[in-house]
Design a protein around this ligand. Structure first.
Ligand code: BMA
Length: 330
């Protein structure tokens, strides 16, 4: 992973004031990313001085220099829910059959839940679904249907960190006919105690390659007294059965090293949430040589960019090194 020379590519100073509440904001991080008509689009998580979270859209011609639209995203339909949503955050963007879907997390009085919204133009956003019984986060949709059904990876929150934050150590696969009702199919991979990824959660949505579904995830090392360390890793899932882990990175592929990753609202965090692949073949498989842009939140304060290639990410999966229980739980 090569960090952009202009990192951090977005800071709080890039967020236009929208008085009265969105003025001199505190932070911008964990963006969803997608390409639309040759332009790069980010859906930003912006935190105000009131510690409210709003989503805003940023656009770029080159994937590196972004300008932020002076508007807050409104998701039509949210006002009809009978639950109060306190924060809508960490949006992940997936195009399925020509429609852009946003899977987001939201904090409610009952814990964290996942929601789905859709947009065609990043101007109008419609709520598709929200809720479920389980406390869960880090939901990402696959870019195609399986036997007509939508698939998502998600990370149920079953672990509580010191300080009360809920998290989890297992990514599971779920399917749905309508993006509303989800049925869990079972676990995909678990955290590896004592190593870099003790707790885990999906990063950007999986990308289809000839070798399998390439998926960047975040791992948290919790065995340091001073702070949890959020890093990124990569895993390869079977194309026909994404519950099967084919290979998984033994080392992280990105860890907090630069000052903007080490210091901020939440120190020691790189949190990948958007991934744009430049070049796919006619059947939609990412080409090995293709450039890959990975957008990540750094220290829950700024947005950063790292680039790589599909080939290097596949190498990062350690296809031939699955010793020491690195093969995932299958
Ligand atoms: C996770 C999520 C992310 C956040 C990260 C680091 O649990 O809340 O939104 O970036 O923690 O604080």
């Amino acid at each position: 992973m090569r960090r952009s020379a202009v990192n951090p590519i977005l800071t709080r100073l890039d967020i236009p004031d929208l008085p009265p509440h969105i003025v001199d904001v505190s932070s911008v991080f964990n963006p969803g990313a997608i390409r639309v008509d040759g332009r790069y689009v980010l859906l930003l998580r912006v935190q105000t001085r009131g510690r409210e979270t709003v989503l805003m859209v940023a656009e770029s011609e080159d994937g590196e220099r972004f300008s932020v639209r002076p508007r807050v995203v409104q998701i039509n339909g949210i006002e009809t829910l009978d639950q109060k949503l306190y924060h809508i955050y960490d949006p992940r963007l997936t195009r399925i059959d020509g429609t852009i879907y946003i899977m987001f997390a939201a904090d409610t009085d009952d814990g964290c839940r996942l929601g789905v919204a859709r947009t065609d133009d990043f101007e109008r956003f419609e709520l598709v679904s929200f809720g479920g019984d389980e406390d869960t986060r880090n939901g990402v949709l696959f870019p195609e249907r399986f036997n007509g059904r939508f698939l998502r990876l998600e990370r149920p929150n079953r672990v509580q960190l010191a300080g009360g934050v809920t998290t989890g150590s297992e990514i599971v696969l779920a399917e749905s006919e309508d993006l509303v009702n989800w049925r869990t199919l079972g676990p995909v991979m678990a955290g590896r105690l004592h190593y870099w990824d003790e707790l885990i959660g999906s990063g950007p949505p999986p990308v289809k390659t000839r070798e399998g579904w390439l998926h960047i995830y975040h791992g948290i090392a919790t065995h340091f007294a001073s702070a949890n360390i959020y890093q990124a890793g990569v895993v390869l899932l079977d194309l026909a059965n994404p519950r099967r882990v084919l290979a998984r990175s033994r080392n992280n592929i990105l860890e907090p090293r630069e000052s903007y990753e080490l210091t901020g609202q939440m120190p020691n965090v790189v949190f990948p949430s958007g991934m744009i692949v430049d070049d796919c073949d006619d059947e939609g498989y990412a080409r090995p040589e293709s450039l890959v842009r990975v957008y990540y939140g750094a220290a829950d304060t700024v947005v950063a960019l790292a680039t790589t290639t599909i080939k290097d990410l596949l190498k990062g999966c350690d296809l031939r090194d699955q010793s020491q229980g690195n093969g995932g739980s299958g």
